[in-house]
Design a protein around this ligand. Structure first.
Ligand code: AP5
Length: 210
């Protein structure tokens, strides 16, 4: 299996589909957002440095995120999903130079109307233990505030999922990340899927590309 790069606006469903690809097809999942949040919850120096930036919905600097990705990846051990990196053309160049090298990869763009994403994000809840992703509208846990998968109670609401921060994140996506589509289209590695469909249909679209 080729390595996969998932590109999509905040809330387009990258994390949800990455979890399916891991459990059903055996990919390894690297989410730079998850790696950064893990540093924040550990209280590391890096976590302290990036906490405010993430709460405001801005991008962390390229070299910090690249280094975090580099120490957490070993491409010889399996096929990887890169979720949340790259987020601009500079990061795409760094990814190829420092991590992908000559390894082949595909890029999947999760296309969805950006207006629809606010509701997905403000209603997102995540299990603090196993990371399972829920939604109070589209995917409710069967017992209130409790993870169906591991039984942990107290699902979390990300600080950057507040409505005003979501608006800023969507603007950052438009300005910094959308230009990546032309970049990867030019390389002939880009596929586009309709990420507005229900999650099982989105998963089928992704599977059909692999
Ligand atoms: P990150 O954690 O990467 O956030 P993101 O890219 O904004 O993406 P999300 O995790 O919000 O959304 P998703 O597409 O994974 O959606 P999900 O599947 O959860 O980054 C956070 C921050 O870290 C950044 O803002 C930045 O500060 C920093 N950062 C990270 N990477 C960086 C980098 N490379 N450089 C610099 N800074 C970086 O789904 C969302 C909700 O929708 C869920 O509730 C889900 O249940 C629901 N849902 C999913 N699919 C569907 C569907 N088909 N229909 C209905 N509901 C659905």
């Amino acid at each position: 299996m080729l390595h996969l790069i998932l590109i999509g606006a905040p809330g387009s469903g990258k994390g949800t589909q990455a979890a399916n690809l891991v459990s059903q097809l055996g990919y390894k999942h690297l989410s730079t957002g998850d790696l950064l949040r893990s540093e924040i919850s550990k209280g590391s120096e890096l976590g302290k440095r990036v906490s405010g930036i993430i709460s405001e919905g801005k991008l962390v600097d390229d070299m910090t995120v690249l280094e975090l990705l580099r120490v957490n990846s070993d491409l010889s051990s399996g096929s990887y999903i890169f979720d949340g990196f790259p987020r601009n053309v500079e990061q795409a160049v760094l990814l190829e130079k420092h991590i992908l090298g000559n390894n082949k990869f595909k890029v999947v763009y999760f296309e969805v109307d950006l207006e629809a994403l606010k509701s997905r994000l403000v209603n997102r809840r995540t299990c603090p233990k196993c990371g399972e992703i829920y939604n109070l509208v589209f995917k409710k846990p069967s017992r209130e505030d409790t993870c169906d998968k591991c039984g942990t109670s107290g699902l979390t609401h990300r600080k950057d999922d507040k409505e005003d921060v979501v608006v800023d994140r969507l603007n950052v996506f438009k300005q910094s990340t959308l230009p990546l589509l032309d970049y990867y289209n030019g390389q002939g590695v880009l596929s586009v899927i309709d990420a507005s469909l229900p999650t099982d249909k989105v998963f089928n679209s992704v599977k059909n590309l692999i």
